[in-house]
Design a protein around this ligand. Structure first.
Ligand SMILES: Cc1cc2nc3c(=O)[nH]c(=O)nc-3n(C[C@H](O)[C@H](O)[C@H](O)COP(=O)(O)OP(=O)(O)OC[C@H]3O[C@@H](n4cnc5c(N)ncnc54)[C@H](O)[C@@H]3O)c2cc1C
Length: 425
């Protein structure tokens, strides 16, 4: 289905044409997982990404830690990616939530759920590297990279046409024709707006400072989420005594945290986190990410689906963004592959509405719960602080409530995709 550049003989081609069944804009972890799931089900895909794959390794963007849920582990295992990363992940066996300066705390343990781990921590770059390696082994995926999707036009009743600047081939005017385009171009997606899907945005006025640190004592697989006056502070287990720090605070505070020397940074961290891990002995490079909640008003349009961060860009406080996006990818792949197998049109409005209906509840629950957590724990109004700390303690003491929330956080609540059940899409 993939055609070669139209003027292959020319020394500097000015245009090229590609025809495929599904075009995916954005090869982040969500777009790559969708491409893998579809290609493995025999659906030809063109995957377009604006960035060069290599700099991700060195960039701060690739340094962010990702806590993968049990549901995501199952999806990645079904895509044959888990085997490649299983040696690089650190299992989270327990979670400890606390409210700095107040009495509330709550704990979750893997054994309460009959699991080996509540989740797994991996660097974003390692995960993306494994996804891209797996993509290269499949003939049904055509990757254009670095190549930016500039526009998408619904040309005929039967297809869409993507206009692309293809820096890889030095082609100024490339086009991809497909039955369906899926936007996986991240939370700042200008394509979504251009295609008539507005989004609501809440700027949290915070950034997350990310760093790898080494603790004096063993973390024993415990992930800590500590709500501080600055904002949420997560300390996640990595190899040995190493931990990933994700520290959310306002712009001035994060600027200061970025400019401190290592010792001063570790001192500030110990002040907020306490001596649970015996203090910290070293810190790696720091990077920062702007934090906001962006929610697309719709997740489907004319021959168009919007998934991952492009649909729901969340605060990282509960580590849910990518986990939610992988469930989007698994659900969409299942619906599209099933439709193509039956000889149907994957861009048909009724097919896309089935996807939107399936994902509506999970997306709403996760986005609202994440936002509520940020706002509740940013509030210093005394009665509210008392109520939330009572809530934390009540949560800690009620196993059925823990199991209900735990199942949601692990991506094991509601309708499960075929990939989550270990089957092909
Ligand atoms: C500090 C931090 C910690 C986090 N921790 C967790 C966690 O523990 N657990 C979790 O589940 N989530 C976590 N997240 C969220 C997670 O990183 C995102 O949800 C995830 O990266 C979204 O993936 P995506 O593929 O949708 O988008 P992205 O990763 O943003 O990828 C978008 C891709 O689209 C490409 N692109 C953009 N525009 C175009 C265009 N016009 N044409 C072609 N390509 C384009 C970009 O180059 C990029 O490769 C965290 C986020 C942060 C910032």
């Amino acid at each position: 289905m993939v055609s070669a550049p139209a003027n292959r003989g020319a020394r500097h081609p000015t245009s090229s044409e590609v025809t495929c069944r599904i075009a995916i804009a954005g090869a982040g972890p969500v777009g790559s997982s969708l491409a893998l799931a579809l290609a493995r089900a025999g659906v030809p895909v063109t995957l377009v990404d604006a960035s060069d794959a290599q700099p991700l390794e060195a960039s701060g963007h690739g340094a962010r830690p990702i806590a993968l849920s049990e549901g995501s582990r199952r999806i990645l295992a079904a895509l044959d990616v888990w085997g490649a990363i299983s040696q690089s992940v650190t299992p989270i066996t327990r979670i400890h939530v606390s409210d700095r300066g107040h009495f509330g705390f709550a704990r979750l343990a893997a054994e309460d759920f009959g699991l080996d781990a509540l989740g797994y921590v991996i660097g974003a770059a390692s995960l993306e590297r494994a996804l891209h390696a797996q993509l290269q082994s499949l003939d049904a995926v055509h990757v254009l990279r670095p190549a930016r999707v500039d526009d998408v036009q619904s040309e005929r009743a039967s297809g869409v046409r993507l206009s692309i600047t293809d820096a890889a081939q030095n082609v100024a005017h490339a086009h991809v024709e497909a039955s369906l385009v899926v936007l996986c171009d991240g939370g700042r997606s200008p394509l979504r707006e251009r295609l008539g899907i507005p989004a609501s945005e809440r700027d949290y006025g915070q950034r997350a400072v990310v760093a790898e640190v080494e603790a004096r004592c063993a973390h024993r697989g415990v992930a800590y989420e500590r709500f501080t006056a600055d904002g949420p502070l997560a300390v996640l287990p990595l190899r040995g005594n190493h931990c990933a720090v994700v520290w959310s605070a306002d712009a001035d505070r994060t600027e200061r945290l970025l400019s401190l020397g290592d010792d001063a940074f570790l001192g500030a961290l110990t002040e907020q986190f306490g001596m649970r891990l015996g203090g910290f002995v070293s810190a790696g490079p720091r990077s920062a990410f702007a934090l906001s909640l962006v929610t697309a008003s719709r997740v489907v349009g004319e021959r168009l689906a919007v998934i991952g961060n492009a649909a729901n860009h969340l605060h990282p406080v509960a580590g849910q963004g990518l986990n939610l996006g992988l469930r989007d990818a698994a659900a969409l792949a299942e619906i599209v592959a099933g439709c193509v197998r039956e000889g149907g049109d994957p861009g048909d409005a009724a097919v896309l509405e089935r996807y939107a209906e399936w994902r509506r509840r999970d997306q709403k629950v996760v986005a609202r719960a994440t936002d509520a957590l940020v706002r509740l724990f940013s509030n210093r109004f005394a009665p509210l602080v008392l109520a939330r700390d009572m809530g934390l303690l009540a949560f800690d003491l009620m196993p059925p409530v823990k199991r209900y929330f735990g199942a949601h956080a692990m991506g094991l609540a509601g309708r499960q995709s075929r990939l989550t059940r270990g089957l092909g899409a």
